[in-house]
Write a protein that binds this ligand. Sequence first.
Ligand SMILES: [Zn+2]
Length: 157
Amino acid sequence: MPKKDYKKYFVSKPAYEVIPVTEVKGRRGAMTLMSNNLVPKANMYIETGWVFGMPDPNPHIHEHTHDYDEIVIHLGTDPNNQEELGGEIEFMVGGQPLIINKTSAVYVPKGVKHGPLTWKKYKKPHLEFTIMIGAGTLAQADPGGHEKSRKKKKEKK
Ligand SMILES: [Zn+2]
């Protein structure tokens, strides 16, 4: 038997804890694969979700910021063309538009305003990943800024 039991580090069942402000067509509920809830003290937040049609509403991820650096990955799913995304997304980072039409990663430093993400084209299913190192919980990570915008909505009422 190994001295240490590493099973506690193994997440074999994702958590479905991200609840978008509104239901989005063309997207499935995002899966959290790493967080302090899943692996205590991991202090990392990793979440992924499928895009399988032109999202509606579009955009559904609006401008937001985080207290942690964020890496946003968009991954195509064609094994014969790994770099093809299967869509085109305009991602505003610090007020600058980035056109994402390939498998790619964007590093967003903490505090930098980013979003909205607007899908301009949809061709094939692709995946969106969020990785935040240092943010252990959904509340700390708040991947798409959903929690903050939900709070804003409540305050307006
Ligand atoms: Zn973000």
